[in-house]
Design a protein around this ligand. Structure first.
Ligand code: SAM
Ligand code: ZN
Length: 277
């Protein structure tokens, strides 16, 4: 896939030349480690996973730490939650298997979902994306991505892709990690082709639970953790809702790697599928 042909300058929507320079406003972007980094603005350290200018040794360390962290995280999950996610994955898999063409994975991060997408539907052309292109550099190596996967450092609020350029947008908990949900939803809408779909593998909380109330007062982010509220935001943007359901749930065990849910609260494994019709 020539991802290069789909990329635009997120500031003025101009096309980029072969040196990643905007042909309209002149802004210079970069491509390193095989990853296009086309950010709307530099967002500072709070978004950084590691140093972009890492040398070979640092890079290897990131790769090794990554595997160790993953194993450690798995050990913190309750049996109930592991089974609930398996059930969620069966539903998500059936939807991903029906996809064709080009898929944008929003907020790819460490690529847990990307790995599954590649396995479930190897014919898909996938664009892994994240605001932090350095985590993509690690994911590209760790997940052993082949020629069907390209990577784009981009902000979900200003996606550096042409209008109507992808057949599907997918995400695993991406919306829970980004501010300005409405803006992100309208960007998903803009980059989708007509009839294209957005498939969300989400983690949701029970409205009124301790975790939910804390997230609401502290970060004003309750809408992304309530499946009905989140789905209604897609409807308001003009999407047709095909599916919105909690497919399984499990009581969350103490886990130092996740801020939410609090131990003892339910984690709800949900699936949203909406269409640009
Ligand atoms: C926990 S990961 C999501 C899990 C991931 N989808 C997976 O399958 O492994 C959340 C990611 O969201 C990214 N992120 C945060 N804000 C973003 C934004 N505005 N646009 C794009 N990505 C963003 C973070 O850099 C982080 O890598
Ligand atoms: Zn430009």
């Amino acid at each position: 896939m020539e991802i290069k042909d789909l990329i635009i300058c997120p500031r003025c929507k101009g096309e980029l030349d072969d040196n990643c320079r905007c042909t309209k406003c002149g802004k210079q972007y970069e491509s390193r480690f095989g990853i296009y980094n086309v950010l709307y603005e530099d967002l500072g350290e709070e978004y950084k996973f590691s140093d972009w200018f890492f040398d070979e040794k640092d890079f290897q360390r990131n790769v090794e730490e990554y595997s160790a962290l993953r194993a450690e995280y798995q050990r913190c999950l309750s049996r109930e939650c592991i089974d609930a996610e398996k059930k969620q994955d069966r539903v998500i898999r059936s939807l991903v298997e029906k996809c064709s063409g080009t898929v944008l994975d929003l907020a790819t991060g460490r690529g847990m979902f990307l790995k599954k997408i590649m396995e479930w539907n190897p014919a898909l052309k996938v664009i892994g994306s994240d605001i932090d292109c350095r985590i993509l550099a690690v994911t590209k190596v760790v997940r052993e991505c082949g020629a069907n996967v390209a990577f784009l450092g981009t902000d979900g609020r200003h996606i550096a892709l042409k209008d109507g350029s992808v057949d599907h947008v997918v995400s695993f908990v991406g919306l829970a990690n980004m501010p300005e949900t409405e803006r992100v939803i309208s960007e998903i809408h803009r980059v989708l082709k007509k009839n294209g779909s957005f498939i969300y593998k989400g983690a949701f909380l029970d409205p009124g639970s301790r975790s939910y109330n804390d997230l609401k007062t502290r970060y004003n982010l309750a809408h992304v953790m309530d499946i009905d509220l989140l789905t209604s935001m897609f409807e308001e943007d003009g999407f047709a809702v095909e599916r919105s359901e909690i497919v399984a749930r499990g009581v969350w065990a103490e886990n130092p790697y996740d801020m939410y849910p609090f131990a003892g609260d339910y984690n709800n494994y949900g699936v949203i599928e909406v269409r640009n019709d």
